[in-house]
Write a protein that binds this ligand. Sequence first.
Ligand code: HEM
Ligand code: HEM
Length: 147
Amino acid sequence: MIANGWGGSQKDLLYDLHRSLGAVLILILVLRLFYRLANPPLPLPNDIPAMQQRAANMTHWSLYALLIAEPFLGWAATSAYPAAVTVFGWFKLPSIWPVNSALSELLFSVHRWIAFAIAFLVVAHIAAALYHHFVRKDRMLMRMVTG
Ligand code: HEM
Ligand code: HEM
């Protein structure tokens, strides 16, 4: 997508920015996941139907799983390509996969599908948050602030 012409001379910069942000996300997500496992949130209120509680749990854990898998996939695909993963021009991450251009192509196509899946879940997730706030008028959004 980034490679489709419109990037022009900014293309390499955009790739580097994409990889740098993705690499930082790995750290943030792993820290967040440990924090979350050590500090479970309050249970959801009883007036939320069991189906919706299950849907919310599935969406949240799928988001965690995909958000963590995605940057590792990008990293592995880039290693197999092969290209360097430089983090904000500061240091290079090691290669985590031997050079294999066919595999790199496959991993990038999985990378793209996972990106679509994340986008889909995020849209559903935001729609659910808006539904709670404006239709059900409950305090689901406020749980993020006050627990
Ligand atoms: C959560 C983090 C990430 C998300 C959501 C994400 C998402 C995406 C998306 C939407 C694309 C465009 C796919 C397309 O061309 O159709 C892409 C491409 C790409 N990503 Fe990521 N990415 C992430 C992390 C990373 C990381 C950490 C790396 C490398 C270390 C990486 C390397 C690449 C590369 C090189 C491409 C271009 C692939 C190509 O042109 O075929 N990504 N990524
Ligand atoms: C307008 C944007 C968003 C709103 C209003 C929103 C709102 C919320 C709310 C109300 C919760 C539930 C908190 C609770 O259980 O009390 C939540 C949890 C969560 N959100 Fe969002 N969210 C937004 C965007 C996002 C995005 C973009 C992502 C990921 C890319 C995301 C990932 C998650 C995850 C993983 C959880 C589960 C947290 C946990 O239980 O550990 N959210 N969000």
